[in-house]
Design a protein around this ligand. Structure first.
Ligand SMILES: [Zn+2]
Length: 348
């Protein structure tokens, strides 16, 4: 079938070519033949001959322009028409494609518009501070895991008042001279303490991990604010925290604090690890009466379930020692949190 079609197409092509070949030369030959016939039967007079010549010349002059030129023009015109048709077809095709694309774009835009807005990103920030946008009022917005900073109900610090005076057991201290390191962690000066320092309270043993400083003190005692506080952070075997707070008031220089200041690293986040030992017991006041209540960490993530032990008697540090800390941290205390009726016990 395909062969037959090909054969038919070939025949058509041959026929067309033959017809063109037959048609084209005929008008061109005709004047020559006419001329020949005229010269064969030559006119008798000069006037007749001149008239005959004029006719021949006109035929020769006029005929080719009538017979040959239209064919070429026709061909050109036909080619032009053909080209115009093809251009028009191509343009129509392009317009159709453009219209289809525009339609697809509109459809996509409509879909996007109709789709619900993506959920807001889950905050996982780590930077917090004591003032401004990253300050205490916004801690819970910085990181999804810091929700307790705003929705907890046992948060610290508090104003310690209306304590229940009872015979509180003595805290048993088992502190010893230990290796230590000092780091400025961007929020405070923190002293890491070597293992083997314990307190026992409520029949639970907590090991000292580190101590650090705040200015001013965070908890108040019956509305009174101290200039600074030392927080000694302990952890038991289950990971529960007990934080012992020792208030600092202006007075005599404190040798242990001086040892810490002597070993401050020159850069934030660098750790200084001196070869000397430090005895955390030297940070404790002579009288061991205290307040106790449940609270939280006073910095993100504000975890609750922290056992607070606040010594009633403050320790002293010199004005120069306090001024040195204030050059690094003039203000690093969380604002007071509501007590929410929690029980506060105090040594009688
Ligand atoms: Zn603290």
């Amino acid at each position: 079938m395909r062969n037959l079609s090909a054969l038919f197409a070939c025949s058509l092509a041959v026929m067309t070519a033959t017809a063109s070949a037959k048609d084209a030369p005929t008008p061109a030959i005709a004047p020559a033949g006419a001329s020949a016939s005229h010269s064969a039967s030559a006119p008798a007079t000069a006037a007749q001959r001149a008239a005959a010549m004029k006719t021949i010349t006109e035929s020769v002059k006029g005929k080719p322009s009538v017979a040959i030129a239209p064919t070429e023009r026709e061909k050109e015109e036909s080619a032009e028409v053909d080209l115009s048709a093809r251009i028009a077809a191509r343009l129509a095709e392009m317009r159709a494609t453009q219209a289809a694309r525009a339609q697809a774009r509109a459809k996509h835009a409509a879909t996007v518009k109709a789709a619900p807005p993506p959920p807001p990103p889950v905050p996982r920030g780590t930077h917090w501070s004591y003032e401004g946008d990253s300050g205490p009022a916004n801690w819970s917005k910085i990181n999804v895991d810091w929700g307790k900073c705003s929705n907890g109900n046992r948060q610290s610090p508090i104003d310690i008042r209306d304590g229940m005076k009872v015979d509180l057991e003595q805290i048993s201290f088992d502190y010893r001279p230990s290796s230590f390191n000092v780091v400025d962690n961007g929020h405070t000066v923190q002293v890491g303490v070597g293992s083997g320092n314990y307190i026992t309270v409520q029949n639970r043993m907590f090991e000292l991990q580190q101590f650090h400083f705040h200015r001013p003190a965070e908890d108040r005692i019956n509305g009174k604010t101290y200039e600074m506080v030392v927080h000694l952070v302990h952890r038991d075997a289950e990971g529960k925290l007990a934080i012992l707070a020792v208030m600092l008031e202006r007075g005599e220089p404190q040798p242990t604090i001086q040892t810490v200041w002597n070993n401050l690293p020159l850069e934030k986040f660098d750790t200084m690890s001196p070869t000397i030992l430090l005895d955390p017991a030297k940070l404790l006041p002579a009288r061991r009466d205290y307040y106790t209540f449940m609270g939280s960490m006073t910095e993100p993530p504000c975890s609750e379930g922290v056992l607070w032990l606040v010594m009633k008697q403050p320790m002293q540090a010199s004005g120069a020692q306090m001024a040195l800390f204030s050059r690094l941290y003039p203000f690093n205390a969380r604002p007071l949190q509501p007590a929410n009726g929690r029980i506060i016990k105090e040594s009688n």
